[in-house]
Write a protein that binds this ligand. Structure first.
Ligand SMILES: [Fe+2]
Length: 266
């Protein structure tokens, strides 16, 4: 049933998110997205001294042709450090999904301190995320992940998620899964998983409380994604607390005054 306080576009996105636990959407500001991608290209190309080996267009999909799996983690960590120093990265990433985050989370927000960068080479099994819920490792179920690809993601070049009703069904009957190995757990529910088909120019917001993960990338191209968490500033925190893992980004003045309210002393 629609909520008269929401626009119909907002209402549709909310209904979809409540049903599936995720939302795939088109990024409206493609100029900003291209600028973010170009910044990452420049930093990455400088790190590995890419001269003419790969054109800018091919760089992301084909980077596995010029660096090895052994070099990958060091490269990724340096790139994340470069991104963390650039004060424009977090506001730009927020801006790309601002409308959808406001619809699904609210407008008074905390954002994860650092944006994570994931780079998955074809056939590489060294950085896999088995089926999991982030709540199991201390995150609050009141958070979402904004997942932003810099290449077209499909099949095993993408990530999988178990939609909300199926994830909740697994949690309700968890006794029958809790003693399984990660691989057996995956095999048991793999037919219900949705592999997200997300092109460059699109983004995903998902509830990381739901079961999700990835497998060895069986495509011939590398996957590049940024992921970063957002939550409503005043919603409950897990072990990743405000001021440590999360920083307030859009605190409104009334909340600021409320926080600083001084009870008159008699
Ligand atoms: Fe996760």
């Amino acid at each position: 049933m629609s909520n008269p306080f929401f626009t119909s576009e907002e209402d549709d996105a909310i209904a979809q998110f409540l049903r599936d636990g995720y939302l795939v959407f088109s990024i409206e500001d493609l100029t900003l997205l291209d600028a973010v991608k170009k910044n990452i290209y420049r930093a990455a190309a400088a790190l590995i001294n890419n001269k003419d080996q790969l054109s800018e267009d091919d760089f992301f999909d084909k980077i596995h042709e010029i660096i090895s799996v052994k070099e990958l983690n060091d490269f990724r960590v340096k790139l994340i450090a470069d991104m963390a120093e650039d004060q424009t990265v977090r506001p730009s990433i927020y801006s790309l999904a601002k409308k959808q985050i406001h619809w699904l989370v609210g407008n008074e927000l905390a954002m994860q301190r650092n944006c994570n960068l994931s780079i998955q080479f074809p056939g590489d099994d060294s950085s896999l995320l088995p089926l999991h819920s982030d709540v199991w490792s201390g995150n609050s179920p009141y958070e979402i992940v904004f997942w932003l690809p810099f290449v077209n993601c499909y099949d095993t070049k993408s990530m999988f998620i178990l939609p909300r009703s199926q994830s909740e069904e697994v949690f309700r009957n968890f006794k029958q899964y809790s003693s399984l190995t990660a691989e057996d757990f995956y095999q048991k529910i793999k037919d219900q998983l949705v592999w997200l088909d997300v092109k460059y120019g699109q983004g995903v917001i998902f509830s990381h409380s739901l079961l999700h993960g990835n497998r060895v990338n069986g495509q011939a191209e590398t996957r590049w994604t940024i992921n970063v968490r957002f939550k409503s500033l005043l919603s409950p925190y897990g072990t990743k607390e405000l001021g440590e893992s999360f920083l307030p980004i859009t605190m409104r003045p009334v909340t600021r005054i409320g926080y600083n309210y001084i009870k008159p002393e008699c």
